[in-house]
Design a protein around this ligand. Sequence first.
Ligand SMILES: C[S@@+](CC[C@H](N)C(=O)[O-])C[C@H]1O[C@@H](n2cnc3c(N)ncnc32)[C@H](O)[C@@H]1O
Length: 279
Amino acid sequence: MKIKDWLNKVYLYSKTNHYIYNECYIFLEFLLKKNRIWIEININYKLNFKIIEYLNIFLLRRLKGEPIAYILNCYYFLDIKYIIYQDIFIPRLGTEYMVIFSIKLIKKKKLTNILDLGSGSGVIACAISKNCINVNIFALDNNFLSLILIKINCLKLNIYNIHILKSNWFMNVKNKFNFFDLIISNPPYIWNKDNCINKNDLRFECENSLLSNHKGWGDIIYIIKSSYHYLNDKGWLIVEHSLINLNKIIYFFKKYYYNVFTYKGIHYNYRFTVGQKLL
Ligand SMILES: C[S@@+](CC[C@H](N)C(=O)[O-])C[C@H]1O[C@@H](n2cnc3c(N)ncnc32)[C@H](O)[C@@H]1O
């Protein structure tokens, strides 16, 4: 079967789903290790049996709605390629806004001791490590698989200044480390009754990464309150959140922090809040 024959077949399957037809080029690029232009020029290239088998499996999984990141086990975050596995949260474009903000802050204020709370695949910690010098980063998660993946991503990216820790939020942080200049977190913040968890990509994500009690604000408020005790004087907290519960989040931030600002992320929505520890 030639590339063009397989693409014609995809076209038939994806008549109501035009984006899937375009995404199939990503599968071709991935398996053939060639770029889009090569594929267009070599549209008569004969695919071998193994490649066709993989292409069909990828296509079927995608037609069922599975995210490409889980199908190909990779994801780009701030232009760096990371490995991603099922049961580990797929980093979102929106988080890049928060990380860019934090990198600017770290450089401007010369912050050194950083904690990435709920690190997932480690993209926040790794992006900071790659862009800031003389930083000491701790990446923490309660999912053991996530810790393995952070280690793998660090090794792949030649990162050696990230300390990985299994902990239920701050439970194992006590007495182990000094205080932090910056705590950054993209915690779970979806209410289990919110219908969005049964739709699109979210269906494939693990609940531990998404769901939080108290209508979705339980973990965030816990992090806002607890981080206070683990920050240096005037230390910074940055938390990603949704638009829902925004007033409650700002209320708690202002109880424990000053210089509190909420910033816009993806789609110009207010998506992350920053504050400095009150003395
Ligand atoms: C929304 S994901 C964010 C992952 C990553 N920071 C990112 O932005 O791609 C939330 C992460 O928090 C972790 N998590 C959930 N509950 C936790 C807890 N009680 N203690 C530590 N980590 C937790 C999950 O395993 C998941 O990796």
